[in-house]
Design a protein around this ligand. Structure first.
Ligand code: ZN
Length: 410
């Protein structure tokens, strides 16, 4: 068996573990070192560091402090890696921890994080998903069961000082562009920074300057790509000596877009990976952002109902080629459809965020409307959801729904 280089104890708070961190900064000390060609295992917390519990209340989703995320395992130093190289990472296998065979999906309160459809689902809600080997089902969302497409939502290498400054400068400019709007981006925040093994002045510097882990950036990071699943091979740009590879935010399954934001089916687990180097690979292949090869193994759901959306919002307002608006409409159309079979809107939203749903940008040139499509696999349902002349049969009676927790400030 490959060696487990980073272990996490789910009974202990994540900030007490010196081999995890929740900011990006070149000075975060390497948690361990490996050689090119090595394969090894890293255990990870779920992205919240264990804050969300397996219970029937959404209070934890409502009350979470989002400055604490994401808890990442690493950084792993790779001997011989230098700026300009490509770090080749094979995701050999990914799994849940034996003592944690469940995951969570939810919607943050509109006051605290929100989500893609937060205007329609402003209160915190949560569903718990149990793992049965490679399959998952939820006591809060009846009538669906599907195979997992396990992947890390977040994986990437440490930035160099120049890249870190670029990130912080451009994101602060965005925040400053509209001070009245909160949540355009998240600036560094020292209060809850966890800087791995760093101590003293180095720790203070990382905490003050460290980039938050929420957005995907040039190094990869929080891309939340469902197809980056076990069996994939990823090519990461290297910016610092040793590369500094970190991983976390494991998802048992996710729909394209991770629209619910809290999040996919979030879980603690482990990643078995192998690393190699392509010296000078960034210039050789003209690479700025990571590239990857998909897994040879994916769930074979091949029958879909495909919902179209255009860039006209639900109030009838016309937008110009806005793919975000178009995808939102495709999602809302799918939710309305699923409600006809007895699902609550929340349950339908949760299915779109967690199941192997595909999202496609279908057209971006036919002014003024972009067209996006949402592909809902029919084979994940216990009953027939195809349209027919007989009309939809209500299979669910509404007796089971997702726990909801209202925020008094809403
Ligand atoms: Zn996630």
């Amino acid at each position: 068996m490959p060696e487990t280089l980073i272990k996490v104890d789910l009974s202990q708070p994540a900030p007490s573990n010196p081999l995890v961190h929740n900011r990006w900064h070149p000075d975060i000390p390497m948690a361990c070192w490996v050689n090119p060609g090595d394969d090894f295992v890293l255990e990870t917390y779920d992205w919240t560091g264990g804050f969300i519990q397996n219970n029937d209340s959404a209070d934890d989703v409502r009350d979470i402090d989002l400055t604490t995320v994401h808890y990442l395992s690493g950084p792993v130093g790779v001997r011989g890696a230098e700026p300009g190289d490509l770090l080749v990472v094979d995701l050999l296998d990914i799994g849940a921890k034996d003592d944690s065979l469940w995951g969570f999906n939810g919607f943050f309160s509109k006051n605290n994080g929100g989500g893609f459809l937060t205007d329609h689902f402003p209160a915190a809600q949560k569903s718990i998903w149990d793992f049965h080997g490679m399959f998952t089902s939820s006591r809060h969302v009846p009538g669906v069961k599907y195979a997992g497409l396990i992947h890390p939502g977040l994986i990437g290498c440490l930035p160099d000082p120049k890249m870190l400054e670029t990130w912080n400068t451009r994101e602060q400019a965005l925040i400053d562009s509209d001070p009245a709007t909160s949540g355009l981006a998240n600036p560094p925040f020292a209060g809850t920074a966890h800087c791995g093994q760093a101590q003293g002045e180095v720790k203070a510097k990382i905490a003050a300057e460290g980039a938050r882990t929420v957005p995907p950036r040039e190094h990869g990071g929080n891309c939340d790509i469902k197809d980056l699943s076990r069996g994939s091979k990823i090519f990461f740009p290297v910016y610092v000596d040793g590369a500094g590879l970190s991983v976390g935010d494991l998802h048992f399954s996710q729909g394209d877009g991770e629209i619910t934001f809290c999040g996919a089916i979030e879980m603690a687990g482990w990643v078995h990976m192998k690393v190699q180097l392509i010296k000078g690979g960034m210039a050789k292949y003209g690479i700025k952002n990571p590239i990857f090869k998909p897994s040879p193994i994916t769930p074979t759901y091949n029958d879909y109902i495909i919902f179209e959306g255009i860039s006209v919002d639900e109030s009838g307002k016309q937008y110009y080629l806005d793919v975000n608006v178009a995808y939102k409409q495709a999602c809302l159309n799918a939710i309305e459809y699923l409600k006809k079979f007895g699902y609550s809107g929340a349950q339908a939203y949760s299915i779109l965020g967690t199941a192997p749903v595909q999202g496609h940008i279908s057209g971006v040139v036919d002014v003024p409307n972009a067209c996006a499509t949402l592909w809902l696999p029919t084979q994940i349902f216990d009953f027939d959801i195809n349209p027919s002349a007989a009309g939809p049969v209500k299979h669910l009676d509404g007796s089971i729904d997702m726990p909801i927790s209202y925020d008094l400030k809403l």
